[in-house]
Design a protein around this ligand. Structure first.
Ligand SMILES: [Zn+2]
Length: 259
């Protein structure tokens, strides 16, 4: 049986630690590295439901994309069960479930979040569009109308809705940035892209994105495809390890209400 450390090391072989942003927190974040792992649950986030699911299915560890704790989001100064993060950490520790998180290193890695997103959207010859290698830019095989492209995005990522700005041009040269990448809009424009697919786009980002078909396809939807890739990668590396895809976190918590 592999140990939790073996699993962490294997994931770093794919998505090296050095690729993570300096502010990020990746790798084995909770639990014992030397414990043997028979079963691992793969999810995008370590939510309370995901921890319960890990308990129910007898998982020894959770492999997630978003760090279970990251000081950029929440300063972790105490672990008490009066707040969500404290409850998650307490339960993981009590139940001896480890958490291994591969975040911006997996965004940047070959075959990681952004490569998968580009592939799913039919973006060919996808190259990183900046030094951090967070996003990708490439071209569609054939030019498409924005309408057609929006339909394809919904279909390939399973989105229940999209927010977008129509620049009045067809889609050919496309940038993608899984998760919140609106800060790269100026770079994407400078690269001559007509279309950018990302998420968590603010009103003012839409206003400033002159000349760009800007599509907010959802944070969960643009990143979740990596979970299946993580599952398949670990299944190949560790045939004895039982891998379970999360069903409690199989869709975004965000709902759309249409009048
Ligand atoms: Zn994300």
């Amino acid at each position: 049986m592999p140990t939790v450390w073996d699993i962490e090391t294997a994931l770093y072989d794919w998505a090296p630690r050095e690729l993570a942003e300096s502010w990020d927190n990746v790798g084995l974040l909770v639990g014992s590295g030397n414990r043997e792992a028979r079963r691992a649950l793969v999810a995008l986030d370590v939510t309370e439901w995901v921890v319960d699911e890990a308990l129910d299915c007898g998982a020894d560890l959770i492999v997630a994309h978003h760090p279970v704790m990251n000081c950029r989001w929440h300063e972790v100064q105490r672990i008490v069960d009066g707040d969500t993060q404290g409850r998650i950490l307490t339960k993981l520790l009590k139940c001896d479930i480890a958490a291994v998180c591969m975040h911006t290193n997996l965004d940047a890695a070959e075959g990681g979040v952004n490569d998968l997103l580009a592939r799913l959207l039919g973006v060919e010859r996808a190259e990183p569009f900046n030094e951090e290698k967070i996003g990708r830019v490439g071209t569609l095989k054939c030019e498409k109308s924005l309408e057609q492209f929006l339909q394809d995005v919904v279909q390939s990522l399973g989105c229940r809705g999209l927010r977008y700005r129509d620049a009045g041009k067809p889609v050919r040269r496309v940038a993608v940035g899984g998760g919140a990448c609106a800060e790269f809009i100026p770079q994407v424009l400078a690269l001559g892209c007509d279309t950018f697919v990302t998420s968590d786009v603010k009103y003012h980002d839409f206003l400033d994105a002159n000349g760009l078909n800007l599509i907010d396809a959802g944070h969960f939807e643009t990143e979740n495809p990596v979970c299946e890739a993580v599952r398949a990668y670990l299944a190949e590396r560790f045939p004895q390890l039982e891998l379970v895809r999360s069903t409690s976190h199989a869709e975004s918590v965000i709902q759309y209400y249409m009048k």
